[in-house]
Design a protein around this ligand. Structure first.
Ligand code: VTB
Length: 347
């Protein structure tokens, strides 16, 4: 991004991108077809993304080129409808997308499905492999107080101290998976409360970094791509993520046949330039960009965002758009009016 002006303008372009994906997937809410919900979100996101005045490149997307027709890793997009000359002056942007985070949530109409993306200057977002990642996410007051390798109890003690409360006043959010049996036991025996969610550790991580959500930390293993997008949000919210890639089937609590062989994963990591598979990533490793844009729109109702509402004369979406430079967090309530000159807009 060449200057602040272009970044500010782009953040509103990315808002349109997320709104479009959220609206299309919200139309499929509760239909029980998560793949279809995802597909329409991807299509809508791609179509609008291509109109953004940028030279964009997908770094985290729907998969490798041969497995995903749209928003695949390495896809270049943006600047459609502009001349070659105009395009040459557009900023070069790296983009991480999750057009429908929580496909299952949307398919059953459960809370917290979102359409989300992060963008930065070239090289500003880690090109993470699509494998699992162990994460701990906390808000600004707890930055520097947690260590992903420390016992759960110690982290909770430190979080409680920083927040000026007892451990039993804390709530930890965590994906409800068999792989988290030990983690869940540890949180319980430390005395903290726990919120188990069926899906969506990205929006859960963001909630942990926003005061007033009644969630004080996210812990556990989810997707690595979601970890990078969470890190981009943390840069805007002053929160912290620490993370480690997870490739060991034993830690995942799954049968070896369910995940690619460790040697294969290692080769892939090597080819992606990841030398140490056991590295502890912090917020800046995952999202090193200095000028980051994060945008998300609610698909179903959630902790931070309302879901898409449909009414006779149009649709209403609720989004958050955050930038690091200047640091701003905008909650945006958009009414998409379609009902002609007599449409009534409600407060
Ligand atoms: C993770 C998590 C996501 O899917 O990728 C999860 O980061 C998949 O985990 O937020 P499982 O393979 O254990 O189901 C989400 O929950 C939603 O896409």
């Amino acid at each position: 991004m060449k200057n602040l002006k272009s970044e500010r303008e782009l953040s509103l372009d990315f808002l349109r991108v997320c709104e479009a994906a959220a609206i299309e997937s919200a139309k499929t809410m509760g239909q029980g077809d998560r793949k279809y919900s995802d597909h329409v979100a991807v299509e809508a996101m791609r179509e609008v993304m291509d109109t953004v005045p940028m030279r964009g490149r997908i770094v985290i997307g729907e998969g490798e080129r041969d497995e995903a027709p749209m928003l695949y890793i390495g896809e270049e997009l943006g600047g459609k409808e502009f001349s070659e000359d105009a395009r040459a002056g557009f900023p070069e942007i790296d983009i991480a997308v999750d057009p429908l985070e929580g496909t299952n949530l949307c398919a059953v109409g459960a809370n917290n499905a979102i359409a989300v993306l992060a963008a930065a200057e070239r090289g500003g977002l880690l090109n993470a492999p699509d494998i699992y990642m162990d994460k701990i996410v906390v808000g600004p007051s707890c930055r520097g107080a947690v260590d992903i390798d420390a016992p759960v109890k110690d982290n909770l003690k430190n979080i409680a101290r920083r927040l000026g409360r007892d451990i039993d006043d804390l709530a930890v959010i965590c994906l409800d998976r068999p792989r988290h049996k030990q983690l869940i036991n540890d949180v319980r025996s430390a005395g903290a409360r726990i919120r188990l969610i069926s899906d969506g550790d990205l929006s859960a991580g963001i909630s942990a970094a926003v005061a007033g959500t009644n969630i004080h930390a996210l812990m556990g293993i989810g997707g690595a791509p979601e970890g990078v997008i969470t890190a981009a949000a943390m840069k805007c919210l002053n929160g912290e993520i620490q993370a480690k890639l997870v490739y060991d089937p034993e830690r995942l609590g799954v049968d070896k046949s369910k995940v690619p062989p460790v040697e294969e994963v290692m080769e892939r990591l090597q080819s992606m330039g990841i030398k140490d598979p056991n590295k502890i990533y912090d917020t800046n490793d995952l999202a090193p960009g200095r000028r980051i844009i994060f945008a998300a729109t609610g698909v179903t109702d959630g902790t931070l965002l309302r879901g898409v509402r449909f009414f006779g004369a149009g649709k209403r979406t609720h989004s958050v758009v955050m930038t690091t430079d200047p640091k701003s967090i905008r909650f945006i309530d958009t009414v998409h009016v379609e009902g002609g000159p007599d449409a009534v807009i409600r407060f």
